[in-house]
Ligand binder design. Structure first.
Ligand SMILES: CC(C)(COP(=O)(O)OP(=O)(O)OC[C@H]1O[C@@H](n2cnc3c(N)ncnc32)[C@H](O)[C@@H]1OP(=O)(O)O)[C@@H](O)C(=O)NCCC(=O)NCCS
Length: 142
């Protein structure tokens, strides 16, 4: 498996994985914008085809993980872990020392993954999501 920067031809699979992974997926227009503006921190995992991706942005010296998803057939095989580690390395190379992300309170799988990688719960975000669900702000220092 290879982790690399996204290419234009990868976008179709990113839309597919996003739509099959989230109840309220990002609009393809938003994903396209993130690709156009933040492609250095938009990484994909590739094994014969795109099997996962992570989208980060750098905002005022802070890294922000915007989305992470792995194709259902490839979950539980460390792909998500490797995507996060790779992005953290890129943040570090760009002088970033602080990384944040938001996660649904119900998404224990993602919280487990991030905790394993050194993130901690910084604060609760009441009714952060459009369906009224609370979020958790997680952070990590590099
Ligand atoms: C979250 C997600 C990206 C994890 O990707 P993955 O490649 O399956 O994760 P990994 O194999 O690297 O697992 C890393 C850790 O995550 C946690 N984890 C993964 N699958 C889990 C499961 N089914 N149950 C509980 N914890 C789990 C574990 O802590 C695991 O570490 P371990 O293997 O030492 O137990 C994937 O489940 C996914 O795409 N989910 C839907 C989209 C989503 O929720 N994205 C996150 C939004 S913030």
């Amino acid at each position: 498996m290879e982790i690399r920067e996204i290419k234009p031809e990868d976008l179709r699979r990113v839309f597919e994985i996003e739509f099959s992974s989230f109840n309220t997926p990002y609009d393809p227009l938003v994903l396209n914008y993130l690709y156009e503006v933040h492609r250095k921190t938009f990484l994909i995992a590739y094994e014969k085809e795109v099997i996962g991706y992570i989208i980060g942005i750098i905002d005022k010296e802070e890294g922000h993980i915007i989305s992470l998803a792995v194709d259902k057939d490839f979950r539980g095989k460390d792909v998500g872990t490797l995507l996060v580690k790779h992005l953290l390395r890129i943040f570090e190379e760009n002088g970033i020392r602080k990384v944040k992300l938001e996660v649904r309170k119900s998404n224990k799988i993602a919280q487990n993954l991030y905790k394993k990688l050194g993130f901690f719960e910084a604060k609760e975000l009441p009714k952060y999501y459009e369906n009224g669900e609370d979020g958790i702000l997680m952070m990590r220092y590099i």
